[in-house]
Design a protein around this ligand. Structure first.
Ligand SMILES: CCCCC/C=C\C/C=C\C/C=C\C/C=C\CCCC(=O)SCCNC(=O)CCNC(=O)[C@H](O)C(C)(C)COP(=O)(O)OP(=O)(O)OC[C@H]1O[C@@H](n2cnc3c(N)ncnc32)[C@H](O)[C@@H]1OP(=O)(O)O
Length: 213
């Protein structure tokens, strides 16, 4: 497990973010459109061919493996392939994580691509988002791995506008206990508690600010 130094200035990070964000947003829009389209089958076949051409263009120059977990010399995080916050990952909602006094919070909207029960967020998606947020709250000095996480689903989480928060309740050595919630306008829908551990190999890792994706 190794973070990658992306040796570029902060202004260049912002410039690249400005290039990739609209591309990823459009791919997110494509995912939603494919789920909800009612156009005829001929139009679907045309769309499929046009999308396949775009995929071939993008694949004409590709990295060998995943994007990796990168950071700048100033320790700005660039986890741009990350499943929850990745600037280049259309599967990420994405969460735009804010640091607050007692931990982290974020506001986000989940649409049709995150459906589990009818009109509601898939339980695994809630677990993934909470895992990331609790991990982020716990990673205030060094990045932590999830050791164990427990989710309690109090009531269904409707698709739409949601808020989540996470905070650390205990720290002993390399081990932290974190808690967090997802809420809709009526209150908390699910809550999580987890054990997060700074792996020995990451003790010397830089204190990266990960909220920026
Ligand atoms: C460092 C990686 C960070 C990943 C960063 C990713 C992206 C960066 C982007 C944004 C970052 C910001 C926030 C997000 C951060 C994280 C959120 C996502 C996290 C993940 O998506 S992460 C993937 C899933 N995760 C794994 O893939 C872990 C696989 N696993 C291992 O790598 C080891 O297993 C490890 C390191 C967990 C422990 O190994 P170890 O050798 O350090 O542990 P050791 O035995 O020394 O125990 C020390 C103390 O922890 C207790 N303990 C040990 N294991 C436990 C467990 N499982 N549950 C509960 N407690 C446990 C012991 O009981 C003892 O406690 P005590 O001291 O009280 O006795």
């Amino acid at each position: 497990m190794q973070f990658i130094l992306e040796d570029i200035a902060e202004a260049e990070v912002e410039r690249r973010r400005g290039v990739y964000t609209p591309l990823t947003d459009t791919v997110r829009d494509l995912v939603d459109a494919v789920i909800r389209t009612e156009v005829g089958e001929d139009a679907l076949a045309v769309a499929q061919r046009r999308i396949a051409e775009i995929v071939a263009d993008l694949r004409s120059e590709q990295m060998d493996g995943p994007y990796g977990v990168r950071h700048t010399r100033e320790n700005t995080g660039m986890a741009w392939g990350n499943a929850v916050i990745g600037v280049r990952n259309a599967l990420a909602p994405p969460l735009n994580v804010e640091h607050v006094d007692d931990g982290v919070r974020c506001e986000f909207t989940l649409g049709a691509a995150y459906e589990g029960p009818p009109g509601c967020v898939h339980g695994g998606v809630c677990a993934m988002l909470l895992d990331h947020l609790l991990g982020n709250a716990a990673s205030y000095e060094s990045a932590c791995y999830t050791g164990t996480i427990t989710i309690r689903y109090l009531r269904p989480t409707r698709l739409g506008a949601l808020t989540a928060r996470a905070w650390v309740t205990e720290q002993t050595g390399r081990k932290r206990i974190a808690r967090g919630t997802i809420s809709d306008a009526e209150g908390v829908t699910c809550e999580a508690e987890g054990v997060f551990i700074v792996p020995r190999s990451a003790l010397d890792a830089p204190p990266v600010r990960w909220s920026a994706g």
